[in-house]
Design a protein around this ligand. Structure first.
Ligand code: SF4
Length: 412
């Protein structure tokens, strides 16, 4: 594996997640069109959105105390941005562009970013009320999570009507060229999350043809996922975070009490096999999401092997000790300890011939994707890579055509 950070942007992306970065006084992020640091999506997206060499989008921790000790510093030289490490230039970077619609209010007077924000190049919407684990008398929220901090004054609006969401989706499509909308909810009493999301999903699919994903706790009625598949949903994601049952119970007390790890795993397994069902015009991916750095790397690797064994694709986040969370005092993980985890992420997906990297024009800033982790592995899957790229090209061409026809119909 290439160890030189100048030549291996995936290693740099991982190292920045683990170490964070300081901002030199020369930086003018917002004046130069960059995105404001916002706390979104269970708090994992608390950092500065940047584009690394190789087109790797990332979200670098800059506000947490550990970032103040980082060897990485972002500098601005003659209008260009460079990451320095211990005084040496390591990589030229670009600020992820802040779209014009970020600074606008929508027709109901709400700031557009309180409805949805770009995470990398897709639109993320944290829908519905805050996760119910935060509102119980004795809180049982996940200990890494920041969703319920500063209730009512966060970056997200509590209520978002379909029309409000559609207004932001349209702006993000026409001005930012998004191809994918991701809905995320925490736990809601009565398992109402899919009931709440379905009208939004139907409308987006009907009016825009965009890819849509859903990340909620696992509904007890698994046939609801067949309905989502028929509706044209393209991705379901289940965040069980931790594979070791004892650590899961400790880190995620609410999820343990309400659902239990086996129910998460069953939902992943069940949904992964729905890919064989139609509609064939709609791609379908099931993700099992874990956080590396809160359990031993061997356990994260076990999780990756299990997820891929049932035909799902792992999403591996790097633990970030966010200010205000129960785990704010913990240290971020060590890069070397996580390398085998991300190496395995790529290798396991390739061994199982899973369709990674096929969604067109989607760059993800909050996680290191399986295909991005390729340069952390010494193994080469020549045939597998050729097949993967051919599939990605075909899928990309098909979706771009479809979206163009929706765009034309809307303009007509
Ligand atoms: S389920 Fe856990 S991670 Fe998700 S929003 Fe609730 S407390 Fe946060």
């Amino acid at each position: 594996m290439e160890r030189d950070l100048r030549r291996n942007p995936a290693l740099l992306k991982l190292d920045l997640y683990c170490k964070g970065m300081r901002l030199d006084e020369s930086c003018l992020v917002q004046e130069d069109g960059g995105r404001k640091v916002m706390r979104t999506r269970a708090g994992l997206g608390s950092g500065l959105e940047l584009i690394l060499p190789g087109g790797l989008w990332t979200n670098v921790p800059v506000t947490e105390p550990f970032a103040a000790q980082s060897p990485y510093v972002l500098h601005r030289h003659n209008g260009a941005y460079w990451i320095h490490r211990d005084g040496d230039r390591v990589a030229p970077v670009r600020l992820s562009p802040r779209p014009a619609w970020y600074d606008r209010t929508i027709s109901t007077g709400k700031l557009a970013t309180r409805i949805g924000t770009l995470q990398g190049t897709y639109l993320g919407i944290y829908q519905a009320k805050v996760c119910a684990y935060w509102t119980e008398e004795v809180k049982v929220n996940c200990k890494f999570c920041s969703v319920g901090l500063n209730l009512g004054v966060g970056d997200d609006a509590d209520e978002k009507s379909i029309d409000e969401v559609m207004e932001v989706v349209r702006a993000a499509r026409s001005e930012s060229g998004i191809t994918y909308v991701d809905f995320n909810t925490g736990h809601l009493e009565g398992e109402t999350y899919l009931d709440i999301l379905e009208p939004y999903i139907r409308r987006i699919k009907r009016d825009t043809g965009l890819l849509v994903g859903v990340q909620t706790p696992p509904h007890h009625d698994l046939t609801r996922y067949e309905a989502l598949r028929e509706m044209g949903v393209n991705r379901v994601s289940f965040c069980f975070e931790i594979f070791d049952p004892d650590v899961f119970k400790e880190v995620c007390p609410g999820k343990h009490r309400q659902y239990g790890l086996p129910r998460y795993l069953e939902a992943v397994r069940y949904c992964a096999q729905l890919g064989r069902k139609g509609p064939r015009s709609e791609p379908w991916v099931t993700n099992g999401e874990i956080i590396a750095g809160l359990e031993p790397p061997e356990s994260s690797i076990e999780a990756i092997d299990w997820i891929t064994s049932v035909g799902a694709i792992p999403t591996v986040c790097v633990f970030r000790p966010l200010v205000g969370t129960v785990y704010q005092h913990l240290s971020p993980p060590d890069t070397d300890a996580l390398l085998p985890v991300f190496r395995r992420l790529y290798e396991a997906c390739m061994e199982r011939r899973l369709p990674i990297g096929c969604a067109p024009d989607i760059h993800v800033s909050l996680v290191l994707l399986p295909e991005e982790a390729r340069s952390l592995s010494d193994r080469r899957f020549r045939m597998g890579e050729m097949g993967r790229r051919a599939l990605a090209a075909a899928a990309g061409a098909y979706l771009r055509r479809r979206l163009r026809s929706f765009d034309r119909a809307r303009e007509a």
